[in-house]
Each structure stands twice: as structure tokens, then as C-alpha cells.
Ligand binder design. Structure first.
Ligand code: ATP
Ligand code: MG
Length: 389
């Protein structure tokens, strides 16, 4: 009896002609994630990926946390592989599922037969195995509608799988299957969630963080690294660029009308980010903005910040409430890091009365009194790069 993990691919199966390359990307990502845990065989057959330990020292338990965070997996289950004879299936079931079956009151059996030459039909297999379970486990009764335990028997070309219910995976598309984009990441709750959501749609992430020392502390930067480490458990490696933003912010404070502080700062962030993104072969920017959440995220404000870049800007949280965003942040374990209190550069020079309905021409007029290119180039020449593994 061999224990394996069986993986069902999600949306990837809908991808028509690209299906092969998506499957390939997913299998590569799985291999990459588990390679340091020991020898495993990763195989793709009959629309299922199986992972089988190749030594005693590489148990299934070690790699389950990786599987749970692999994008593109719809569901996964632990299964036992045996010969496709009723005797072997029964023996495997007694050994592998003994504790689950001993501790339940109701069960049902589901059978799937992709080997159509197998001598019993699916209902016949279920009936035979169901009868056997009833005989061996007097604690159990059949319940086909809401069973506590569902035993699944799958008859394949090469053998039979015996397993319990599958667990839901993270879903989405495999890592890097949709191209590359740069996420503007602060230390807040929203931007790590936005990064995760786009990674889930197959985006390979580069990250950009604006720091304004001494107004912001090194601890704020460390927080961003910790947040990205959490996101990278799903997305894979992330290259982070830290942009020195102090001079630009001081200059905004000195020379621009207070009501436009945040807006002009956000426009500078977008301009600089677009330049970094282009350099890194990214095709879009990602922010954690949600419509109406703060003064700089009203429709006119977003339109005003958007107008400085020509790259698409993805805002996956745009239609979400804070409560919904927090729920995702908790799920991906970034929430507790985000709520640690360290100043972000956005909170350093906050205007008392920010404009919520800015006219882009007015903002441009105020902004154009300064030559920002010198500052922008200076910031771009002093980027700090951190690799998040
Ligand atoms: P968050 O929780 O992500 O900080 P927020 O609701 O506090 O979001 P803002 O501070 O207005 O919103 O920022 C909006 C978006 O701008 C953020 O989601 C992020 O994408 C980007 N951003 C804000 N501050 C920074 C920063 N210091 N470095 C990089 N990007 C930033
Ligand atoms: Mg913020």
C-alpha cells in the first residue's frame, strides 16, 4: 500500500489550447516547492496530478502545507494506491481508513472507473465495498445524502486509489501563467491582499515600496518584507525595490498646496513605479485601492492618479468592503503583521482637508511648478533591491 497526494486542477482545465502549458507550469511549480523535502515522484495522468514519496524519509505530511498554498490547485486528497482487485482494495481500506471509519456513524461509497475494462461497473464496486464496510464496522450505517465519511474508490489504468473526501485548494491559475506585474506595497492591510489576489490570477509579482526615512523607520521596511514573505508562500519569489522617497515628500510639503499633498505623492509613486515596472518587464501595476475608502480613493482622485501612467493599473480590491479585505488578509496570514503600528510614508504628511473631488488640471498646474524629473531620477538611481524567497 502506497500513500499519495492526488491533485485536481482548477480552472486550468478550461484553458483550451493553452491547457498543456498551464498544466506544465503547475507541475513545475509543485516540483519546485517540494524539492527540498525529499524525493517524490510527481506524475500527471488522466487529468489528475499525483505526488508519491520515493523514500521512507519523505512522508506526505511534510509537503501538505506546500500543496495547500499552490496556486492552480482546485482540490487535493490523501489517497492509498493499490492493485485493482477487490481483495487489495478491501485490505487497503482496512489499513488506511481504519481510524476514520471506526470514528464515524454514517458513510457512503463513491466509485469512479476510468478503466472501462474493469470487470465491475461503478455501482457494483460501490455495492461490494459498501457491504464489506458494513460487515467490518458495525458502528456504521449508510447515508447517501449527508454522510460523515465518503469513501471514494477510483479504478485507473495502473491501479486503484482508495481515499476520503478531497480538501479545497487555493484555486486560481498557476504561478506566472498570466505574465508579470509590479505591486505597490505599503505596510497596510490592503496591498498584500491585492498582491495575493493578482498572484492568484497567475501574475508573477515584483514589489515596490516607498520609504521616507527618517520619517519612516527601518521597522516599517522590515514589516513590508515580512508581508511579502507571506505572499510569496503562494506567489513564489518576489523581487522588492525600496524607493527612497524622502526628498520628494519634503519637496511636495514645501512647494505644493496642502490639499493636494496626498494626490501629488500618489502620482509620483505611480510615475516612479511605472518606470521600475518597465525596466523589470512588467506589463501592469497593482495597488490595494478600494473605491471610496479614503480621500485619495474617490473616483475623481483615482482618475487623477491614473492619468500619469499609461500602463494598465489593476486594483483587485476596488469593489470590496474593508471587512471582506480583512477576511482575505486573515486567510493568507498577513493581517497580524499589517496591524503592527509603524508609520507608512502615506501617513507622514497627511493634509487636514484633502480634496475628495480634485480637478486633474488643477493638480497638474500645482505640480508643474516644480521640476520633478531630477528627484525622480535620483530616486530611481538609489533603489534598494531585496529578494524575497
Ligand atoms: P494599504 O492597506 O495597502 O496601505 P490604504 O488603504 O492604507 O492601503 P493608501 O495608503 O491610500 O491606502 O494607499 C493606497 C495604495 O497605494 C496602497 O494599497 C498601495 O498599493 C499604495 N501605497 C501606499 N503607500 C505605499 C508605499 N509606502 N509604498 C508603496 N505603495 C504604497
Ligand atoms: Mg497605506
Amino acid at each position: 500500500m502506497k500513500e499519495v497526494i492526488l491533485i485536481k486542477i482548477g480552472e486550468v482545465v478550461l484553458k483550451g489550447l493553452n491547457k498543456r502549458s498551464f498544466e506544465h507550469q503547475l507541475i513545475n511549480d509543485i516540483k519546485n516547492r517540494i524539492k527540498n523535502f525529499g524525493p517524490y515522484e510527481v506524475k500527471f495522468s488522466q487529468s489528475t496530478i499525483s505526488i508519491m514519496p520515493l523514500s521512507e524519509n519523505s512522508p506526505i505530511d511534510n509537503i501538505l502545507p506546500c500543496v495547500k498554498k499552490t496556486l492552480g490547485i482546485a482540490s487535493f486528497s490523501r489517497a492509498f494506491l493499490c492493485n485493482k482487485t477487490l481483495d487489495d482494495i478491501k485490505e487497503t481500506l482496512l489499513e488506511g481508513l481504519n481510524s476514520a471509519l471506526s470514528n464515524a456513524k454514517t458513510f457512503k461509497v463513491e466509485s469512479k472507473r476510468s478503466d472501462k475494462k474493469f470487470y465491475l461497473t461503478s455501482p457494483q464496486i460501490s455495492e461490494e465495498i459498501g457491504g464489506f464496510i458494513l460487515e467490518k464496522f458495525p458502528n456504521l450505517m449508510v447515508d447517501v445524502h449527508t454522510p460523515e465519511v465518503t469513501v471514494t474508490i477510483e479504478i485507473r489504468d495502473f491501479g486503484a486509489y482508495v481515499r476520503l473526501d478531497a480538501e479545497k485548494g487555493v484555486g486560481g491559475l498557476p504561478v506566472a501563467s498570466s505574465g508579470k506585474a509590479a505591486v505597490l506595497i505599503s505596510g497596510g492591510i490592503d496591498s498584500p491582499v491585492a498582491a495575493f489576489m493578482m498572484a492568484k490570477r497567475g501574475i508573477k509579482l515584483t514589489a515596490i515600496h516607498f520609504a521616507s526615512p527618517p520619517y519612516t523607520s527601518p521597522r516599517a521596511e522590515k514589516k513590508v518584507v515580512e508581508l511579502l514573505e507571506k505572499v510569496s508562500e503562494f506567489s513564489g519569489n518576489i523581487k522588492l525595490f525600496v524607493v527612497p522617497f524622502t526628498k520628494i515628500q519634503e519637496n511636495i510639503k514645501k512647494n505644493c498646496p496642502e490639499e493636494f499633498f496626498t494626490l501629488i505623492m500618489r502620482r509620483m509613486m505611480m510615475k516612479i513605479s511605472e518606470k521600475i515596472a518597465l525596466n523589470e518587464s512588467c506589463e501592469a501595476l497593482i495597488t490595494g485601492e478600494s473605491l471610496g475608502q479614503v480621500a485619495s480613493q474617490t473616483l475623481p482622485a483615482i482618475s487623477c492618479t491614473d492619468s500619469v501612467v499609461s500602463m494598465p493599473v489593476f486594483r483587485p480590491l476596488i469593489g470590496m468592503d474593508k471587512e471582506e479585505i480583512v477576511a482575505v488578509a486573515k486567510k493568507i496570514e498577513t493581517y497580524d503583521i499589517s496591524i503592527q503600528p509603524f508609520e507608512d510614508c502615506c501617513t507622514v504628511f497627511v493634509p487636514k482637508h484633502p480634496k475628495t473631488k480634485p480637478k486633474t488640471e488643477k493638480v497638474e498646474e500645482a505640480e508643474n511648478k516644480e521640476n520633478w524629473d531630477i528627484f525622480i531620477n535620483d530616486a530611481l538611481q538609489n533603489l534598494k533591491r531585496i529578494d524575497i524567497q
